[in-house]
Design a protein around this ligand. Structure first.
Ligand code: GLU
Length: 434
């Protein structure tokens, strides 16, 4: 029980979420920085569920937080739940009562604020001091028998031998109250490191106002855990060489609390998407297919209907263009759907000139091909435009729009080969009719 005696030099850090909501981006960054610090120091990473608010804490949030941490790869070495530890908090409050360092106020137990300098050296922000005369007596145990956040936090951080508390900057103001509790209990405080705020793109602290904040929402949008972790690392820390794609192994080698910025970090969706795109490109095709299939199924597309190798061909063609996994469907819907609507603006842009002669001839040439592949379709197309004496681009763009309903996409002949002869011919006919 005496943390002073038990304290070892081993690094022990914790992430201490309250299960009153899903794991959000800010919480995930706190978890990640603690986890990286534990890895780099060969220490222990503890997950402590701060569920002392029995009303607002929910099992579903607890499960979601653990699921999301697991998904991000932030494995913990030990797990505690504060709701299992009420006896311990009560015992410590009783001790303070006995020593007359606390008093009763009705059923509540309140700490007499010790008059002493309450200062600490934050590993990120330097020396911070508070005037204890300005801090009121602190409730330790509420009248319903539950501990307050600061009391449970201090008792646990001490008994669990935390060497350093790494948490959001919004907790700086709690630190003097917690120092007073440490000293009253006779515990030595840990080191503290308060991480800079994360701001939303329109200013202000990152919140729902700015769009998705829950890690699970990003998962559903088709972000990869490696990309989210890589992006979160950059929110307040950088390895110092402008490197942006940082494999975990090298991040762990370079991570140090002292390199964390004091200034607020800005969340940028665009940057996150760019990083995600890099990780998607790095994936080998079979792994990428495994990740994409659930997104296809959610759209009612059963890839089991697809012939062997077809999905592989499609994924290879598009993987360089995806920002997220769910993007895949936006690019390739025309492959999976029998029909699609040609957007009015594209119709206007590409079909105001009559191309029925060119389309009919192209259809004829393509239907005569014994082998319908990228190279053969391209040859047929090039021969035709040469004969007609037109520029290839005059026909490439309208044909792409007719086949895909889109103005941009990968190579036209790759696209034809994926659609196959029958669908390609059918769409060219439909375009002529329209
Ligand atoms: N449960 C607190 C929170 O979620 C933990 C703060 C701390 O790390 O001390 O903000």
């Amino acid at each position: 029980m005496n943390a002073l005696k038990d304290q070892t030099s081993t690094v022990r850090v914790r992430f201490a979420p309250s299960p009153t909501g899903n794991l959000h981006i800010g919480g995930a960054r706190t978890a990640l920085f603690n986890w990286m610090y534990a890895k780099v120091q060969n220490g222990q990473f503890i997950l402590r569920i701060e569920d002392t608010d029995l009303e607002r804490s929910k099992q579903e949030y607890l499960e979601e937080i653990m699921f999301s941490m697991d998904w991000l790869g932030l494995k913990w070495d030990e797990l505690y739940k504060q709701s299992d530890r009420f006896d311990i908090y009560r015992e410590h409050a009783q001790k303070l009562l006995k020593e007359e360092k606390a008093y009763k106020d009705g059923e509540a137990i309140v700490l007499k604020m010790p008059q002493m300098p309450l200062k600490f050296t934050d590993l990120i922000r330097g020396d911070i001091s508070f005037d204890s005369s300005e801090i009121k007596d602190q409730v330790l145990m509420k009248s319903d028998g539950s501990p307050t956040y600061s009391f449970a936090c201090v008792v646990d951080d001490a008994l669990m031998n935390m060497s350093c508390v790494i948490r959001g900057e919004d907790h700086i103001s709690n630190t003097p109250k917690q120092l007073a509790i440490y000293y009253s209990l006779g515990f030595r405080p840990p080191k503290f490191a308060h991480l800079p705020l994360i701001m939303g793109e329109e200013g202000g602290r990152l919140s729902k106002r700015h769009g998705a904040v829950a890690v699970s929402e990003y998962r559903k949008m088709g972000f990869l855990p490696e990309a989210i972790v890589n992006y979160l690392m950059l929110l307040g820390w950088s390895p110092g060489n402008n490197q942006e794609i940082i494999p975990m192994a090298s991040a762990i080698k370079n991570f140090s609390i002292r390199k964390i910025n004091k200034t607020a970090a800005m969340f940028s969706m665009e940057k996150l998407e760019w990083i995600n795109a890099q990780y998607i490109k790095q994936k080998d095709t079979p792994s990428l297919i495994k990740l994409i299939v659930p997104f296809l199924e959610a759209q009612g597309v059963g890839p089991q209907k697809m012939e062997n190798g077809k999905l592989e061909q499609i994924v290879n063609l598009y993987k360089g263009r995806l920002s997220t996994l769910s993007d895949f469907m936006n690019w390739t819907d025309f492959i999976f759907a029998d029909q699609f609507q040609l957007p009015a603006d594209l119709k206007e842009k590409f079909f105001s000139k009559d191309l029925s002669k060119e389309f009919s001839l192209l259809k004829e040439r393509l239907s005569q091909l014994p082998q319908f592949e990228t190279a053969t379709t391209e040859q047929a197309f090039r021969d035709l435009v040469a004969e007609l004496g037109i520029k290839a681009s005059d026909l490439v763009h309208p044909v792409r729009v007719a086949l895909t309903g889109k103005e941009v996409g990968p190579g036209l002949f790759d696209t034809m080969s994926i659609l196959g002869k029958e669908t390609t011919i059918k769409r060219l006919s439909e375009a002529v009719q329209k």
